[in-house]
Write a protein that binds this ligand. Structure first.
Ligand code: GLU
Length: 443
């Protein structure tokens, strides 16, 4: 396949959330596995709601996931292109001014419903004479501009959903330009897709019905129609949109809460596909397994428990080399410490607390009835050097000497040596603690 060019096109009107990570990553994996290009397009034509702070946060969040676009564009920089397309469509009679107020349009829709007709715009504006238009303008009305649809079944082969037909005969001519001259999403999006040579449009299935209109506009502008792939949207357990829960699921919040980028990425990509939701070391590994035909036609329900467990599994398998920069930042840069503690992590930051078992401060927990037993155990501590075998040797000796076994043997030792009921394996902790620290914690 000739190298594709894809785009991810968020609006910088808020923080990205887990649901947004899905198209961001599907485009990225498609580009990477096909040696293609990835364009980040900021859809910032809504100047009232778009901010540069949100635009920066989008780039930061994408970088955290491992996405570094080959090209970044902002729609607000590209108005001249949209103006040229507008003029061409007007000249070709495909874009026409309409003067109805929102109230007038409402009345038309109500009337159509009463007559049992679909509430489709009646194209009254198409037959306005120049005098009528001038009269509206004299009243102070400004036109909005509608695209004249062909009104035909538009067919396309969706890479995920298969053959699709959108009949534009059942749609109102879409408004492309508002009364104040500003562009709605559709025209800039199509113009950019043509201008940037986008070969594949991978996005949420909420855009399927827009595709009919978009294909008509692309053809009207003489552009090449890209291949479309519409994926299922990540939803909550009840099928509700994730954006409603933005508070807890923005990528920034997930990062701050200590989730691994690869846990978030794997959940965002693999949920609602035929592949198991499993840990992957990096995006290349995810890309090697994933392809668009694996996206299922059914729901993609996000399960927070799955994210938590994937996060833990990623940490439990994480090599020291990967953890090292963050360990260094926490003053915990020690390979043996990492390997002793990683199996007990749910979040990376948990290691700060677990490390106190080795480095202190720690208050041993010694029950009165165990004091004598523990004193015996202290007397049996082997000489150093210690290894992973030391725990087995030592507890073997204690067992022979005291006759205790199972929980009665191990639990008091754990409470004294770690100060807690449960935690990392003592077999790995013992060599890290060393004889002196153990003696200090025993009676
Ligand atoms: N800004 C649009 C959105 O976020 C882009 C849709 C598209 O990919 O065409 O819905």
């Amino acid at each position: 396949m000739t190298p594709p060019t894809v785009r991810y096109a968020p609006s910088p009107t808020g923080r990205l959330h887990l649901g947004n990570a899905r198209p961001a990553l599907l485009n990225w994996l498609f580009a990477r596995t096909n040696a293609g290009r990835y364009v980040l397009r900021l859809d910032d034509t809504d100047t009232a709601r778009s901010t540069s702070a949100f635009a920066e946060a989008i780039e930061t969040d994408l970088a955290w996931l491992g996405i570094v676009p080959d090209l970044k564009v902002r729609q607000s920089d590209r108005t001249a292109l949209y103006d040229a397309a507008r003029d061409r469509l007007i000249a070709d009679g495909r874009l026409y001014p309409a003067y109805e107020t929102p109230e007038e349009l409402d009345r038309k829709r109500s009337r159509a419903r009463l007559l049992g007709r679909p509430p489709i715009y009646d194209r009254a504006a198409l037959s306005l004479t120049d005098e009528q238009k001038a009269a509206y303008e004299a009243e102070g009305r400004k036109p909005h501009w509608r695209f004249r649809l062909d009104g035909r079944p538009v067919q396309f082969e969706d890479l995920i959903k298969g053959p699709q037909t959108v009949n534009t005969a059942s749609m109102s001519d879409p408004v492309l330009i508002r009364e104040d001259g500003s562009y709605l999403y559709t025209l800039p999006s199509v113009v950019d897709d043509i201008d940037l040579g986008i070969t594949h449009v991978i996005r949420g299935e909420d855009h399927v019905s827009n595709t009919g209109t978009q294909i008509e506009i692309i053809e009207a502008l003489g552009g090449t129609v890209p291949v479309f792939a519409h994926h299922n949207l990540l939803t909550g357990a009840e099928g509700e949109g994730l954006s409603k829960r933005l508070g807890s699921l923005s990528l920034g919040d997930l990062r701050d809460a200590g989730f691994e980028a690869m846990a978030v990425a794997a959940v965002a990509v693999l949920t609602g596909t035929s592949l198991p939701v499993e840990p992957h070391a990096d995006l290349d590994s995810l890309g090697a397994q994933f392809s668009l035909d694996k996206v299922s036609h059914g729901a993609a329900r996000f399960d927070p428990a799955e994210l938590a467990s994937l996060n833990a599994r990623i940490l439990h398998a994480m090599p020291y080399e990967t953890a090292q920069p963050r360990l260094a930042g926490m003053g915990l840069d020690d390979a043996a410490l990492w390997y002793a503690l990683r199996d007990n992590l749910e979040r990376f930051v948990d290691i700060a607390d677990l490390a106190t078992i080795v480095r202190g401060p720690l208050t041993p927990v010694i029950a009165v009835e165990d004091a004598e037993f523990l004193a015996t155990a202290a007397a049996l501590l082997p000489d150093e050097p210690w290894s992973d075998e030391t725990w087995k040797d030592w507890t073997g000796r204690i067992k022979t000497e005291t006759g205790r076994k199972g929980k009665a043997l191990f639990h008091p030792l754990r409470l004294a040596l770690t100060g807690r009921e449960a935690g990392p394996e003592l077999r790995s902790l013992l060599p890290l603690l060393g004889r002196k620290a153990c003696l200090d914690r025993l009676p």
